[in-house]
Write a protein that binds this ligand. Structure first.
Ligand SMILES: [Zn+2]
Length: 137
């Protein structure tokens, strides 16, 4: 218990500028979990009794397909948020994974889950484009 408090204190003292980002990440995390909970809840409420009309049934299937996609997207984002929080805890946050240089703070604030600086992200995107068009077409 005491050890945890000490660790928290140490981190806050070493990286006070990341406090804001940690709050953003935790708020995003809470928001996703709340949204996910609502999707699950509405799914439970959407019983066949509420949708006796076949037309409505089709709509319900579309809604379910949509909520499944949403969950997949949310799962990915949640994973990224957890990884970012891990990096914060371990003092690795804000360091580009590709070039080991600090990531621009403006970029971190706009997109806290990022692991690449702008230069490396741009390079990665160019690489992806090249891979999609190997002949440079
Ligand atoms: Zn970089």
């Amino acid at each position: 218990m005491v050890r945890g408090q000490e660790e928290e204190f140490r981190m806050e003292r070493s990286e006070p500028r990341f406090d804001q980002i940690r709050q953003i990440l935790e708020a995003q995390r809470t928001q996703i979990l709340k949204e996910a909970g609502r999707v699950v809840e509405s799914g439970i409420n959407n019983t066949n009794e509420l949708f006796p009309d076949p037309t409505d049934m089709a709509t319900r299937e579309e809604l379910e397909a949509f909520s499944l996609r949403l969950k997949e997207r949310e799962k990915n984002l949640l994973r990224k948020i957890d990884l970012a929080l891990d990096r914060l805890e371990e003092g690795r946050f804000g360091i580009c994974e590709a070039c080991d240089q600090p990531i621009e703070e403006r970029r971190l604030l706009a997109r806290p889950v990022t692991t690449l600086c702008i230069a490396c992200k741009t390079e990665q995107e160019n690489q992806e484009k090249r891979n999609h068009n190997p002949r440079g077409a």
